[in-house]
Design a protein around this ligand. Structure first.
Ligand code: NAP
Length: 253
């Protein structure tokens, strides 16, 4: 018996990285999963891999910043499976720059994807959850919520997600719906590879240098974050609400 047996999950940004690992973990633990991503190609490839394993999953193209697309995908999930139990707000982008060089668009895009995206998805998902009296909303924040040089936009968005999560916990808790966040530290994904490339540092060197600063002396993997999300998305986490779980290989801050 899987830890989310019979549940239905929607994971945003599920085409690769942390989202893909999370969708896979939830599916292997018994959930039926919609893998949504702004890039339809990666979402389809990720879903196909799960279907090949004999799991129940499908892909949907969805830009989390587009209300109509979000509502349409939640509709597709309900049509296909008749319920929605777990939402993972994972989709994300970085547009790093020091404040004095940060353009309006870099600010707006990051706030839009992380914060507006989580708002639109959570608002659409809470309706069937409240109706059924059960739900788990897990948002992917970041260690950067505590502040990180070159990431004023990203840090503000990820800190915003924590206030958002606490508020959902208060509003939706009475209806059996919990809201929690995970805050990963340095995780090996396309996102961190792109950062290394932008800084002109070879990936191996970049990752090794970061790992030296982490108490467990290794970089995080998408599966590390997926495991934490799985716990918060499971039924047994029902008394954990409005919390942030740092997945950082050491104490945060
Ligand atoms: P990733 O490999 O870049 O994956 C992010 C996924 O989200 C991509 O498939 C991306 O598609 C998709 N996406 C971007 N904008 C979207 C939108 N508007 N609507 C729907 N999907 C969208 O990044 P990751 O490292 O797995 O990050 C996943 C989450 O973890 C993010 O919220 C990130 O901020 C957070 N996080 C990551 C780390 C880390 O070290 N990697 C640390 C802390 C927190 P495209 O590629 O087509 O844009």
């Amino acid at each position: 018996m899987g830890r989310v047996e019979g549940r239905v999950a929607l994971v945003t940004g599920a085409g690769r990285g942390i989202g893909r690992a999370t969708a896979g973990r939830l599916a292997r633990e018994g959930a039926r999963v919609c893998l949504a991503d702004v890039d339809a190609g990666v979402a389809s490839a990720a879903a196909a891999q799960l279907v090949d394993e004999g799991l129940d999953a499908f892909a949907a193209r969805m830009d989390v910043t587009a209300r109509t697309e979000v509502e349409a995908v939640v509709g597709q999930v309900l049509e296909r499976y008749g319920r929605l139990d777990i939402l993972v707000n994972n989709a994300g982008i970085v547009r790093d720059n020091l404040l004095y060089r940060m353009g309006d668009e870099e600010w707006r895009q990051v706030l839009n994807v992380h914060l507006t995206g989580a708002f639109l998805c959570s608002r659409a998902a809470q309706r069937p959850m409240v109706e059924s009296g059960y739900g788990r909303i897990v948002s992917v924040s970041s260690l950067s919520a505590l502040g990180n040089r070159g990431q004023a936009n990203y840090a503000a968005a990820k800190a915003g997600l924590l206030g958002f999560t606490r508020t959902l916990a208060l509003e939706l808790g009475p209806y059996g719906v919990t809201a929690n966040a995970v805050a990963p530290g340095f995780i090996e994904t396309e996102m961190t590879r792109a950062t290394a490339e932008r800084l002109g540092v070879p990936w191996e060197e970049f990752a090794a240098r970061r790992a030296e600063q982490i108490p467990v002396r290794r970089a995080g993997r998408p599966e590390d974050v997926a495991a934490a999300i799985l716990f918060l998305a499971s039924e047994e986490a029902g008394f954990v609400n409005g919390q942030v779980l740092y997945v950082t290989g050491g104490p945060a801050g």
